[in-house]
Design a protein around this ligand. Structure first.
Ligand code: ADP
Ligand code: MG
Length: 693
């Protein structure tokens, strides 16, 4: 249960004065639906209103706060002219200027003969000073308040700075003083203030330096957020460790058969990963391990080794892929290898229907089938196993942490191995996986040649087509990737189809097409024609991004490469350079390139190292956008910027572990404060893992 002290922060924004349902909707889109979200809505700029000159010194072009005596109003003769209110001080005169004002409002705000304070931009118009639509008008008593530095907030259509500033102030007034949850030594060392004071400071910048992420106030808030994140991950992990597991130890007979059947030797990295994984499976605790390796690093065979050891131990193992194409691909790779080891493999996706499906389900239930590959269809209610011992999840960032934890209900404490292909920078790793055990494939299989990557403006597409023609004549297999046009799959498709039609005119039956909207069997056929048949040029939408493996493919053209993210381009490029042939990747861009897009393409030309690319991506885009946070299941941060607060993350991680070692149930005084922190950052789910949560 959320502690009572936080109730005001979790009231809807419409509970604040002046925010009705209409503004409430806008705030929901801008910052979030709760009062606390406004507290996290930090200023992005400021307006300095401290300049308060007398009129003979007022510089046109500057924001100034002026103390003036109001003269006789001068309403306009016609509607196109402005309403002028001449004002003066002892040194000079200025007009306050209004277009289409409400007269009664002006009469009330600027009564003739009285002294008023107006703050806004001073202008010079036909040799006369004027201020058009002052930002603020007040009385002499308001001077101190008006002559200040005003925070500027990110806005959205329909929400002016005035409205947002007022709402944030109202929200901050709701923020309670909270028990300190941070280590006093850390607070002292960093020179941090309390949470409450830091929040107030972060919203009251006095200069542009105060807007920087490294200020004590902003650092502290970021740290609090990261600590909540790390603490939550540790709690989930501790809960997972407490669950009963089982020791799964095979005798190695199937694995040695597989090794003999492989047409290559495992790399040292692969061998080590297999050892780590099987040792982990052999422990009585439940395994939750990440197998982390760049595209083409050979994760599949490592997974298969782990799966075979489960079968050796008398259990079953499944491999789950995020898409149908990828499931079929895995099946095609794994089946002959497993067959060489004398083990059959089943496949289960939405496409297996009727009798065939029933038979597969029966085989899984009876245990006749030891290995299965599939999509999330494998985890539907109708699927039962005799004894599921290992679930391998080829994640590719499609599943969230919680989904991942709940998936394993199927087996009797089945071990879980998560494979991920997009290298995640270490900083991000920590925020999404915490201290999940990880095996990393750091080397590529021998014989790989780096891909020659070039960038060309789209106007040179004619030359590109000619180069493709030469490559096809030489027997090469070529991917032609069409861009994401917008959110809409339909328009992507239209672009791909148009390109396909154009290329077909030139290359005839050598050209093929595959896209996400095709029916399963058609997709398979298109892929097969490309892998084994006469199709040499495959026009594709990004469906080929994930996992597709045609080792002979050695050329890739990517249209509108500037529209893709760095990680995505790297993934795409990973589809070539898998065989021994020299490969080329042509990135076609629409000129002129923006600065970020230019930097992205440059990195791709320079390096093939997925981990370095991921780090650069983090720097270029910031963590929020990296990988497309929402579909990735990676957490979003409001206050912390992982590209800048990496050190804080490491400290928060260390702190979270230490705290839980000393007080695993968060029962002591600091523990109680930390519970509040978890609720403050909406990690309610993690609190439930505490015994008295
Ligand atoms: P990943 O899933 O990590 O992207 P895959 O498992 O699909 O990579 O492997 C990519 C390709 O490399 C496959 O064609 C596979 O047969 C091959 N491969 C894997 N391990 C080795 C190795 N040790 N030596 C040579 N080729 C390998
Ligand atoms: Mg793979």
């Amino acid at each position: 249960m959320r502690p009572e002290i936080l109730y005001p922060l979790f009231a809807p924004v419409t509970a604040l004065p002046g925010i009705g349902p209409r503004l409430g909707k806008l705030f929901e889109a801008l910052s979030g639906g709760h009062v606390v979200d406004l507290c996290w809505h930090l200023p992005s700029g400021l307006i300095d209103r401290r300049y308060a000159p007398e009129l003979n010194e007022a510089e046109p072009g500057r924001i100034a706060t002026l103390t003036l005596t109001v003269g006789a109003h001068r309403p306009p003769h016609n509607r196109r002219q402005p309403y002028r209110v001449p004002c003066h001080d002892e040194t000079g005169a200025i007009d306050l200027v209004f277009f289409h004002p409400r007269k009664d409002y002006l009469a009330k705000m600027l009564p003739e003969g009285e002294v008023r304070v107006a703050s806004g931009k001073v202008e010079l118009f036909q040799d006369r000073l004027q201020m058009t639509h002052p930002d603020h008008i007040g009385t002499r008593e308001d001077l101190a308040e008006l002559q200040s530095v005003e925070p500027v907030y990110p806005l959205t259509a329909g929400l002016s700075l005035k409205i947002v500033g007022k709402a944030v102030r109202a929200a901050l007034a709701q923020a309670p003083e909270l028990q300190e949850w941070n280590d006093p030594a850390l607070i002292a060392r960093e020179g941090w203030d309390t949470w409450h004071a830091s929040l107030a400071t972060a919203h009251a910048p006095g200069s542009f330096d105060d807007l920087l992420p490294a200020t004590p106030a902003r650092s502290r808030l970021a740290y609090d957020e990261l600590l909540a994140n790390q603490l939550a991950l540790c709690l989930v992990r501790a809960h997972q460790r407490r669950q009963k597991g089982r020791a799964i130890r095979g005798d190695g007979r199937l694995r040695s058969r597989l090794i003999e059947a492989l047409p290559y030797r495992l790399t040292a990295s692969q061998t080590q990963a297999v050892e780590e994984i099987t040792a982990d499976m052999g422990e009585p605790a439940r395994m939750l391990r990440l197998l982390h390796g760049d595209v083409g690093s050979g994760k599949t065979v490592v997974a298969l080794m782990a799966m075979l050891s489960a079968v050796e131990a008398g259990g079953q193992a499944v491999l789950m892929a995020p898409t149908e194409i990828l499931a079929r691909q895995h099946f095609a790779t794994i089946e002959p290898l497993a067959a060489a080891a004398g083990v059959g493999v089943d496949i289960l996706t939405a496409r297996e229907k009727g009798r065939a499906r029933t038979e597969i389900l029966d085989r899984l239930k009876s245990g006749e089938s030891g290995l299965a590959v599939g999509t999330h269809a494998l985890f539907q209610d109708e699927v039962a196993f005799r004894d599921l011992a290992l679930a391998v999840i080829d994640e590719q960032h499609r599943f969230g942490v919680h989904q991942r934890l709940t998936l394993t209900g199927k087996g009797r404490a089945a071990d879980v191995l998560v494979m991920t292909a997009t290298p995640i920078p270490r900083t991000l790793m920590l925020t999404s996986y915490g201290d999940m055990d990880a095996s990393r494939l750091t080397e590529k299989p021998a014989g790989r040649q780096p891909v020659d990557t070039r960038t060309l403006p789209l106007e040179r597409i004619g030359e590109v087509a000619a180069a493709v023609a030469r490559a096809l004549d030489g027997g090469a297999k070529v991917y032609w990737v069409c861009p994401l046009v917008a959110e809409s799959e339909v328009s992507d498709l239209a672009a791909a189809e148009a390109r396909y039609d154009a290329l077909k005119e030139r290359f005839g039956a050598k050209a093929g097409l595959v896209h996400g909207r095709m029916k399963g069997p058609d997709k398979d056929r298109a892929m097969r024609d490309f892998a084994e048949g006469d199709v040499g040029l495959l026009v594709a939408t990004t469906v080929i991004e994930v996992g597709v493996d045609v080792p002979e493919a050695s050329v890739m053209v990517i249209e509108h490469a500037e529209r893709f993210g760095l990680a995505q381009l790297h993934q795409l490029r990973g589809r070539i350079g898998r065989g021994t042939a020299r490969s080329t990747c042509l990135l076609l861009y629409q000129a002129p390139l923006g600065e970020t897009a230019r930097a992205r393409l440059k990195i791709l030309r320079e390096t093939d190292d997925g981990f370095r690319i991921a780090e650069e991506d983090l720097k270029l885009r910031g963590a929020g956008e990296l990988l497309g946070t929402r579909q990735s299941g990676l957490p979003e941060f409001r206050l912390a910027d992982l590209a800048l607060h990496g050190d804080l993350l490491a400290a928060a991680r260390h702190d979270a572990r230490l705290v839980l070692e000393r007080d695993p149930e968060l029962e002591g005084p600091r523990g109680q404060a930390l519970r509040t922190l978890l609720y403050l950052f909406e990690r309610d789910a993690a609190v439930r893992y505490l015994r008295s949560g």
